[in-house]
Design a protein around this ligand. Structure first.
Ligand SMILES: *Cc1c(COP(=O)(O)O)cnc(C)c1O
Length: 402
């Protein structure tokens, strides 16, 4: 099939007509259980009534006015984020990569206004993913995303996660900040230890560096806390958020302390669309639900249940699943078989899951998932494992062979 879309994505032969909660209705007439949530975006599932109401109500009022004017919905969302985190200020953008660009520029400007313009290097970690702009591919440091795009943007140095000696050796007079995902998402649901995050904080404090957490995938309730950093007791100076915060509406945010953000003064950064009233209405509606008493506790409880069931699944299928990773409702299965085969075998069972680095299959159900639907997902994963064990090629593999 030829398509007028640039062929940058390996798209499955499947599209969806509508969604409801954790369910997706395919144009193939099948109903799918959605454990991908559009890559951790549909935090409240599909067509959540409160989000639909917020979006449609706002749509009949005003969509966009630009940042040349006050946007009260944005003031409110920013205030709520500030009240719930370490941060004093918020900058809204439209995507994760843009939120990270803001964070990178902020860290550089901080040292610039402090009289240290030479401090513009940011240390990032192997396996990281920070987006696909020229700056964020340099930050992520993955050769496959950098190849062919000209010289890598200067000022990003990379070390292995959990390697304190390598990190100390990398930090120099030009270092501005350390940037890390508390759990690497695209990299394969690799959890960074609390001990290492504490070491990062201590290093930043002793060397005058800023600590940047990329919580684009882990934030907004995914791990059972509003933000994953809360588990560690370590607070960053700057944090980026996107994916779940918009519940499916494009929205990113860069949060910062007043001190860390002090370099981004009038006119130093901007956006046309960022923080527009539609996005702000939906962001507020997402927080309405996630901040309801008991909601995050329910995510934590369901996460523990899922982890337990996945551990049992691994014991039943040691030839398929090598390891269970993650926390809350961001879980990974490192598979023995190619993860792409597992993803298509799951799809044959009408379960949507997503591949990640390190041969991992990601499970990212919407946070509103019920325990009954978690059990249903386990049944489908079980059936997928059994089909692979029986040597049954998936529909996708049969299609590819034709
Ligand atoms: C998805 C993601 C990004 C990039 O977000 P986009 O909205 O695709 O630009 C950055 N960092 C992390 C950790 C992500 O998961």
């Amino acid at each position: 099939m030829t398509s007028p879309l640039l062929p940058t994505f390996a798209r499955a032969e499947l599209s969806f007509e509508k969604g409801e909660g954790p369910w997706l209705y395919g144009r193939d007439g099948e109903r799918y259980l959605d454990f991908g949530a559009g890559i951790a975006v549909n935090a409240l599932g599909h067509a959540h009534p409160h989000l639909v109401q917020a979006l449609t109500e706002q749509a009949s009022k005003i969509w966009h006015s630009s940042n040349l004017f006050q946007i009260p919905e944005g003031e409110r969302l920013a205030q709520r984020l500030v009240d719930s985190t370490f941060a004093d200020f918020v900058f809204f953008a439209n995507s994760g990569a843009e939120a990270n660009e803001a964070a990178i520029k902020m860290a550089r400007r901080y040292h610039y206004v402090n009289g240290n313009p030479e401090r513009f290097h940011i240390v990032t970690f192997e396996g990281a993913f920070h987006g696909r702009t020229l700056g964020t591919i340099a930050a992520g440091g993955q050769a496959k995303y950098l190849e062919g795009f000209g010289p890598k943007v200067e000022g990003f140095d990379q070390v292995p996660v959990e390697d304190l000696e390598a990190l100390k050796a990398m930090i120099g007079p030009e270092t501005a900040a350390l940037m890390i995902e508390p759990i690497q998402g695209e990299g394969g649901i690799r959890t960074v230890s609390n001990a290492f995050l504490r070491e990062l904080r201590a290093l930043c404090d002793s060397q005058g560096l800023l600590l940047i957490f990329d919580e684009i995938q882990t934030g907004v309730g995914r791990t059972g806390k509003l933000f994953a950093y809360e588990w560690s007791g370590v607070t960053p100076d700057i944090m980026t958020v996107a994916k779940g915060i918009g519940g499916g509406f494009p929205l990113g945010a860069c949060l910062a302390t007043a001190e860390a953000g002090k370099g981004l003064t009038l006119g130093t950064h901007g956006t046309t669309f960022g923080g527009n009233p539609l996005a702000m209405a939906v962001g507020n509606a997402v927080l309405d639900v996630i901040l309801e008493p008991g909601f995050l506790e329910s995510v934590e409880r369901k996460g523990l249940l899922l982890k337990q069931r996945l551990a049992e699944l691994k014991d039943r299928h040691p030839g398929i699943i090598a390891e269970v990773r993650g926390q809350g409702l961001i879980m990974g299965l490192r598979t023995v078989v190619p993860n792409t085969n597992f993803v298509s075998a799951a799809r044959d069972q009408k379960l949507i899951v997503i591949g990640a680095g390190d041969n991992v299959v990601r499970l990212l159900p919407p946070l509103i998932i019920t325990e009954a639907d978690l059990a249903e997902a386990i049944n489908r994963l079980d059936a997928a494992c059994t089909a692979i064990e029986a040597g049954q090629p998936s529909a996708a593999q049969r299609g590819a062979a034709q």
